[in-house]
Ligand binder design. Structure first.
Ligand code: UDX
Length: 443
């Protein structure tokens, strides 16, 4: 079976390389020629651990590669090559609205359709509002020369940035929404190695498959906002949210994953997915069912304002003339993604209020610079902290967890650290003469 992957962002590039790893001949397409040039030369336009190696292991023309993977910008080539097409284009939040922008997915289906002149399966992986797959399937059948033999399946992805390769090759579960037994059989065929390894497969209708993704991300966002709401109560009552979460985690029904309190969630998925879900529920007349997500979103956004307030307090009540070091720019560690990054959002707000903010991140500097050209950037944590009145730890990279507070103490103006991710050891920092503060922990 020959496979194409349309859209080579985080999801598509990972999926393409992983399908080659599973033994398929793979052709990836993107409409941005620079991306295709970079990928064809063996360069990944983002940071994703393990993906570089996997790309070069399979990319045609690379020394010693299997040659199973290549890239193009030609729809014609994609149509002629593929027996199965995976659509991995993004669905960002629409400007000024909660709903997602479906134009990239729609245009992928529309540009592909005229080239589908034999029986084929187009598999959507993008995160879309419930009801989209059915609409896209009907439209595809109308526009493809193959007619109804150009079928659709919906196969949501659950990969986390930073673990994308592992999550694709060893998923918790595979969910496929189909309208025919033939489509189900083809999905089973393409994922045979994963199913043989014991990965559970859930076969559903289109709507359920689409909803699994929205529900999963809503649940994760709710779990994070739950513990962050507890952090607010802890702050009001003098309790310690880290100990609280640790105690909750012993209850197997609750579990400790996604119960890390701090600056809250960001990135290209959770924030926009819960908003798109609310918008879609509204259209369906089911908005009441999801009003709690509005609260989940508010709690999450309040974390950022609270961090700014705490930093202002630590600067003596105002930011003017103060130097603030921000450690972390990516929305989470092991990623260079700065989309809706809580760290950069806080850095930007503080800068706007008059402080001189210097940011350092191990991988996300280029992306951060593009998004916030007004901030200053340093080449190391030590350089960022030089002369700082307060140091903000906002993305929990391993490098920051391992930092020696005594090293940093030598370069700052004042030894004040705010831990926005509740992972630094307060005792260690306090012993080195620092004032350690965190969200939801006693001072
Ligand atoms: C998420 C989902 O996990 C994934 O299944 C889906 O397919 C896409 O969205 P990702 O955006 O890569 O993946 O990041 P994730 O690891 O889920 O983290 C999301 C955000 O939540 C990050 O900003 C992270 O810092 C934050 N987070 C996570 C917390 O604040 N506390 C936690 O306990 C866990």
């Amino acid at each position: 079976m020959r496979i194409t992957v349309i859209g080579t962002g985080y999801l598509g590039t990972t999926h393409a390389a992983c399908m080659a790893e599973l033994g398929f001949e793979v052709l990836g397409l993107d409409i941005v020629p620079e991306k295709i040039e970079a990928l064809s030369a063996g360069r990944i336009p983002m940071y994703e651990p393990g993906l570089d190696e996997l790309l070069r292991k399979h990319l045609v023309g690379m020394p010693g590669s299997t040659g199973r993977l290549r890239f193009t910008t030609s729809w014609e080539e994609v149509g002629a090559f593929g027996d199965m097409h995976f659509v991995c284009t993004n669905t960002p939040q629409r400007r000024g609205e909660f709903a997602c922008d479906m134009s990239y997915v729609e245009s992928a289906f529309d540009l592909l359709a005229p080239h589908l002149d034999r029986p084929t399966l187009v598999v959507g992986k993008s995160t879309v509002p419930v009801g989209s797959a059915e609409r896209l399937a009907d439209r595809l059948a109308e526009r493809a020369p193959a007619g109804a033999a150009a079928e659709v399946a919906w196969n949501p992805e659950f990969l986390r940035e930073g673990y994308a390769v592992n999550d694709t090759l060893h998923p918790d579960r595979i969910v496929v929404g189909v309208r025919s037994e033939a489509a189900e059989a083809r999905m089973r065929e393409v994922y045979t190695p994963l199913l043989d390894a014991g990965t559970p497969l859930v076969v559903t209708d289109f709507a359920t498959a689409e909803l699994v993704k929205a529900a999963a991300n809503s649940f994760l966002a709710t779990k994070i906002s739950f513990i962050n709401a507890m952090a607010e109560v802890c702050e009001a009552s003098g309790a310690d949210v880290v100990q609280l979460a640790g105690a909750l985690a012993y209850d197997e029904r609750i579990g400790g994953k996604f119960l890390n309190s701090g600056l809250g969630f960001g990135g290209g998925c959770l924030p926009k997915d819960i908003r798109a879900f609310m918008a879609r529920a509204g259209e369906l007349g089911a908005d009441q069912a999801l009003t709690f997500l509005r609260e989940v979103d508010s709690i999450n956004m309040r974390r950022r304002s609270r961090m700014v307030e705490l930093a202002r307090e630590q600067c003596g009540g105002g930011f003017l003339g103060r130097r603030v070091a921000v450690l972390g720019a990516a929305f989470k560690p092991n990623s260079d993604d700065v989309r809706d990054s809580p760290a950069l959002n806080v850095a930007g707000q503080i800068q706007l209020q008059g402080a001189q903010v210097t940011v350092y991140d191990p991988k996300a500097m280029d992306n951060a610079r593009k998004l916030f050209p007004g901030l200053s950037f340093a080449e190391s944590a030590l350089e960022a902290a030089t002369g700082a009145h307060v140091v903000l730890h906002l993305t929990e990279w391993q490098e920051f967890r391992e930092m020696d507070p005594r090293d940093l103490a030598g370069v700052v103006s004042e030894r004040r650290i705010l831990d926005g991710r509740n992972v630094l050891d307060p005792q260690r920092w306090r012993e080195a003469g620092w004032t350690y503060r965190a969200l939801g922990r006693p001072s």
